[in-house]
Design a protein around this ligand. Structure first.
Ligand SMILES: [Zn+2]
Length: 289
């Protein structure tokens, strides 16, 4: 998936580092990220940008390579040979570890940009030196990066899987029931509630599969399979979904893209059928083939 690029390791432990001239700098502007023009993703180094190192915040490292974020507004024009490209396009380019670096950086960029002032007292906030968080200069309110937990649910009815399409999108991809967890509920309760809200179905045997960080929406996705409990008659939430149908395993015609959890879960059901409900080993997190 998008976050899998073994043997390189993603290290997001926070360090208070300053970039050297040859370190990679990720520069975001609205919904775009600055990358070299061409087929491959490539970020400028500090020397390319001619910016002072103090305007950069350490983000994370991948393998031995550290990445830094340039302060918002420091660079509005792309330097020669570079362009601001929509962050969504990074999903379809390579190498994968640099695509992932860009989308995670953009998630943090959006969070830093929206936390310049304290949400409690309105005073300026500043970067903490020890942890990745913003601290209010007046009241001391501490804000950690925002990650929204969401569930994705493969609803199984015998040898059929419930496949949905989101309403209001052009050429929507085949999807599964999905939604954000609400305050006060477990992920399993979110699964049962979302399935009921979107399709009117009851489920049981709620079985965890695996998780995926999804920085495009600031989410942490948790994938589950569940079995229909009782009636399999679908009452579709028409505002949310343009389609919700059970598809026989043999009729599932979705190519394995290797990027997103939803796609992987649909392909895994095609391979395993209802066994997805028993082949659950959260310790085994190796890439799905
Ligand atoms: Zn405050």
């Amino acid at each position: 998936m998008l976050h899998e690029f073994s043997p390189l390791a993603f290290d997001n432990s926070y360090r208070s580092l300053t970039p050297s001239p040859q370190d990679s700098i990720i520069c975001c502007r609205d919904d775009t990220v600055l990358t070299a023009m061409g087929d491959m993703v490539s970020y400028p180094c500090l020397a390319d940008l001619g910016q002072p190192a103090e305007r950069c915040t350490y983000l994370f490292s991948i393998g031995e390579q550290p990445f830094f974020l340039l302060e918002e507004g420091a660079m509005d024009m792309a330097p020669a040979g570079y362009a601001f490209v929509p962050v969504q396009e990074l999903r379809y380019t390579s190498p994968r570890h640099l695509c992932f670096a860009g989308v995670v950086a953009h998630h943090l960029y959006r969070w830093y940009a929206s936390r310049r002032f304290c949400g409690r007292c309105g005073a300026a906030a500043q970067h903490d030196q020890v942890e990745r968080l913003m601290v209010c200069t007046q009241c001391g309110q501490r804000e950690y990066p925002q990650i929204m937990p969401a569930v994705i649910v493969g609803v199984v009815d015998g040898d059929r899987l419930l496949v949905t399409k989101y309403a209001g999108r052009e050429n929507p991809r085949p999807a599964l029931v999905a939604g954000y967890a609400e305050i006060g509920e477990t992920l399993e309760q979110a699964v049962a509630r979302e399935v009921m809200e979107e399709t009117g179905l009851k489920v049981r045997h709620i079985t965890y599969y695996k998780s995926q960080p999804w920085p495009f929406t600031g989410s942490m996705l948790a994938g589950f399979y569940a079995q229909v409990d009782g009636s399999n008659e679908i009452v579709r939430d028409e505002q949310e979904l343009s389609e919700a149908v059970f598809v026989a395993r043999a009729d599932i015609d979705v190519p394995h893209m290797g990027l997103a959890l939803t796609n992987e879960m649909i392909c895994r059901f095609k391979d395993l059928g209802p066994d997805v409900l028993v082949h659950n080993d959260p310790v085994r997190q190796e890439p799905y083939e």
